[in-house]
Design a protein around this ligand. Structure first.
Ligand SMILES: [Zn+2]
Length: 69
């Protein structure tokens, strides 16, 4: 995804791979979620293959936010 005139900073969705092959997946599975709708944000390193349509191989940052309508 490239925004004309801007630089690539965030990607909301990148292709699908087997979740068990993604380096960030164990971190997501280890989350203890509160009841309700939670937004899970996975921030990859700039060099992660995930940003080039490959499976994640970085030490991604995973944080959560409880959705407040
Ligand atoms: Zn990654």
């Amino acid at each position: 995804m490239k925004i004309p005139g801007g630089k690539k900073a965030a990607v909301l969705y990148i292709g699908y791979h087997d979740p068990l092959d993604e380096a960030y997946f164990p971190k997501v599975m280890a989350l203890r979620l509160e009841p309700g709708l939670t937004i899970i944000r996975v921030s990859h390193d700039g060099t992660c293959p995930k940003l080039k349509d490959g499976p994640c191989r970085c030490d991604a940052e995973v944080d959560t936010e409880l959705y407040q309508p």
